[in-house]
Unconditional design. Structure first.
Length: 249
């Protein structure tokens, strides 16, 4: 038990002196054809959840087998995240955040409006729901019941219906990308501080946080490129090209 706790602490460390190294290459291992044009994806408890343009919320095994339709609605599943065995789903087209149990049963819901209706992301960080409000150039923070807690002003959020993505980093912050302002930035949800802003990536799109130490960002380009930023400072570490040679199942 002591060894397990020590490893877990190392993984969430943001110390510049740790031994975590960034990825040096990436190759696509497997791909599947999915229905409904997926626009959001989330992995939780050895399952993969896909939110689709068609209105379906799909669940797969981690190896992309065993497709299950968890929800079938009439509007886009803009964003999906699982947290504490609940599914937080943002239907931005309908200005609606729904919370389901893991069987797809609705537990609670509340309204949230944002100009970004199609490509936008909700994230849950340490019992707080974080979602953008483009019209206010801010991140809006709710508790898990939908009670408004605060708005955090972020001048690098575009006021237009721009592609915007977000990733959890550590237990107190999110990384946000904004296509319209060519920005990647980190926001501390507790303090409301914009910790850093990076302009290295032109037309940024998807983002993930790698072991809470590096930020991996894709861009809108004919090549499949991954830009790697330092999670502490936002400085550019490297850029790598993904290999798309694989077998399809």
């Amino acid at each position: 038990m002591e060894l397990s706790v020590e490893i877990r602490q190392t993984e969430i460390s943001l110390s510049a002196t740790d031994n975590i190294t960034p990825p040096t290459s990436m190759s696509l291992i497997k791909s599947v054809i999915v229905p409904g044009y997926p626009i959001s994806v989330h992995s939780y408890d050895n399952k993969i959840y896909l939110g689709c343009h068609s209105g379906d919320l799909l669940r797969y095994e981690l190896d992309l087998s065993g497709r299950e339709v968890l929800l079938a609605v009439n509007f886009y599943v803009t964003s999906i995240q699982a947290f504490n065995n609940e599914l937080y789903v943002w239907f931005a087209q309908e200005d609606l955040i729904n919370v389901y149990d893991m069987t797809g049963k609705l537990k609670r819901a509340w309204k949230h409006s944002c100009l970004g209706k199609y490509y936008n992301k909700l994230r849950v960080v340490s019992n707080k729901v974080v979602v953008s409000s483009a019209q206010d150039q801010a991140l809006t923070v709710y508790d898990l019941q939908g009670q408004l807690l605060k708005q955090i002003k972020c001048p690098d959020i575009s006021k237009s219906d721009s592609y915007r993505a977000a990733a959890v980093c550590g237990n107190d912050s999110v990384i946000v990308t904004d296509y319209g302002t060519n920005s990647v930035f980190r926001v501390n949800i507790d303090s409301g501080e914009v910790m850093w802003t990076s302009k290295h990536v032109q037309r940024p799109q998807g983002v993930v946080c790698y072991k809470n130490r590096y930020v991996l960002v894709t861009d809108y380009n004919t090549d499949t490129r991954i830009w790697i930023l330092d999670a502490d400072t936002g400085r550019l570490v490297k850029m790598i090209l993904m290999s798309l040679v694989t077998s399809k199942n």
